[in-house]
Design a protein around this ligand. Structure first.
Ligand code: SF4
Length: 142
């Protein structure tokens, strides 16, 4: 199978420690994190993705809001510049060990975090990054 990810979740996966909006949300995210650690293929999508899925029964959920799409645009720009390939809808994304390492180093250095401005989880993500990503669900990829 293929994991569908919106661009800003390329950042969120770096600091995911099992916290989220609801038990259903984190159970789904845990399963996706395990699949990512196993190098399952990833495709970039526009709008709500496989991580958002447990929340989409709510018609007013933030996942569909313009501000979150702006977060995607910022993340796509930053990650594209870092990795040198375009993060656009339908693009395949390879989360291998070197890529995970580059993303984490840049996230910790705050150079790919323009998408995080105003996010309610920002303090937690900063703490995780500053603790050398202690407790993250995706420790490494195979
Ligand atoms: S601060 Fe928000 S957008 Fe940034 S990585 Fe954390 S959860 Fe994702």
């Amino acid at each position: 199978m293929t994991i569908r990810l919106r661009p800003h979740h390329l950042l969120c996966l770096l600091t995911y420690v099992g916290k989220g909006y609801s038990p259903a949300f984190t159970a789904n995210y845990d399963a996706i994190a395990a699949r990512m650690a196993g190098r399952e293929p990833i495709v970039i999508v526009d709008g709500p993705d496989d991580i958002c899925r447990p929340l989409l029964g709510d018609p007013d959920v933030h996942c569909r809001r313009a501000g979150v799409r702006e977060r995607d645009a910022q993340a796509a720009k930053d990650v594209s510049a870092l990795l040198g390939h375009s993060i656009v809808p339908d693009a395949a994304f390879v989360l291998d060990a070197p890529t995970l390492g580059r993303l984490r180093a840049s996230f910790a250095a705050r150079t790919i975090r323009s998408a995080c401005v105003g996010c309610e989880w920002s303090a937690l993500c900063s703490t995780v990054a500053d603790s050398e990503f202690a407790g993250v669900k995706i420790v490494h990829v195979r």
